[in-house]
Design a protein around this ligand. Sequence first.
Ligand SMILES: NC(=O)c1ccc[n+]([C@@H]2O[C@H](COP(=O)([O-])OP(=O)(O)OC[C@H]3O[C@@H](n4cnc5c(N)ncnc54)[C@H](OP(=O)(O)O)[C@@H]3O)[C@@H](O)[C@H]2O)c1
Length: 311
Amino acid sequence: MSSLPTTRRVFRRTDNHNPGSSKLQLQTEPIPALTPTSLLIKVHNISLNYRDANIANGGNPWPVILHGIPCNDAAGEIVAVGAHVSTFRNPTGREKTRSWLAADEDGVLAEFVVFQEWAACRLPGYLSWEEACLLPCAGVTAWMALRGGLRVILSSSSDAKPARISAQFLSPPILIVNYRTNPEWHEEVLRLTDGEGVNLVIEVGDSATLVQSMKCTRRGGIVSQVGYLSKSGKEHDGLEALLSVLIDRRIVLWSINAGSKQDMDDLCTALDATQMPLKDIIDSVEPFQKAEEAIEYIWQGRQVEKVVLRV
Ligand SMILES: NC(=O)c1ccc[n+]([C@@H]2O[C@H](COP(=O)([O-])OP(=O)(O)OC[C@H]3O[C@@H](n4cnc5c(N)ncnc54)[C@H](OP(=O)(O)O)[C@@H]3O)[C@@H](O)[C@H]2O)c1
C-alpha cells in the first residue's frame, strides 16, 4: 500500500436495545495511532458470532464499553508496523488479528484496526480470508473443546438445520437430538451412546441445561461450559442435582473463554498440517454494509453455519 490511510469506516453499537431500533451505526473516524509495538491491519473478512448479536441487544453479562465496535473474529493483512515490532517485519504477508475483544474494548467491525503485535497470529497460508476469519474466536473455542476428531451429536430446536449439516458431513454420521420436541433429550443421548454417555460436551445453555448435559456424559467425561444461550428463564432448574451428578459421574467440568495466542497458533499449525477446508461451514458472505442485517439474522437464530462479512 503506497500511502497509508488515516481514516476508516467502522460500525459502532448504538446501545439502543429497544426491539426494532438500529443496533449499529456506520461512521468514518480517524484510525487509532500506530504505537512502536503495534500493527496496522487492513481487515478483509469478519465473521459473526451469537455474542455480537447478544451484546448489540444488551444481553452481555460482563462489562461493555459505550458505543464500542462489535465483533471479534477477523482476518486481515498487515499494512504497517511500529518501529519496534519484531515478529511481523514483513508487512506484505498475511497475518491474523485477535484479542479478547468487542466488549470492554473495541472489536474488529472496521476497515482498518490497530493491535499490539503480541495479539496477532500468522494464518495458515492455504485458507482464504473468508475461511481464516472463522478462526480467532469460534475456531479457537472449538479447538479448545475438541482437539481431535470425534463422532458428533448435535442438539437443536430445529429438525431442518441439523439435517442440512448431517447431509453435508456424511462420515462419520452426525447424530441429532431435538431439545425442543424432546425435553428429556439427555435420555436420547444416552440411548444413542448405548447408555454410556458422551466423552465431551460443549455446553452452550446455562444452569438449566448443564445438569442435563452432565447426566448424559460418560463417567470421567469432560463438560466444557462455553455459552449462556438458554432463554428458558428457569436458570436454577435441576441445579440441586449438580453435585450428586458431578461426583457420581466423576465429571471434569471446566469453562472455556476462547483461548490464548498460543492456542490459536496451535490451531493454525494443525490446520496447516491437515489442510482442512473451512468453506463448507460458511452459511453466507455479505458485504460490510450489511452488518446490521447480518447481526439481526444471527439474533433471530436463522443461520445454520457461519455468517461472514466482506470488507
Ligand atoms: N466461552 C467462549 O469462549 C465462547 C466462544 C464462542 C461462543 N461462546 C458462546 O457460545 C454460545 C453459542 O455461540 P454461537 O456463536 O456458536 O451461537 P450459534 O451459532 O447461534 O449456535 C448456537 C447453537 O446452540 C444451540 N442451542 C441454543 N440453545 C440451546 C439449548 N438451550 N440447548 C441446546 N442447544 C441449544 C442452537 O440450536 P438451534 O438454534 O438450532 O436451536 C445452535 O445450534 C453463545 O452463548 C456464545 O456467547 C462462548
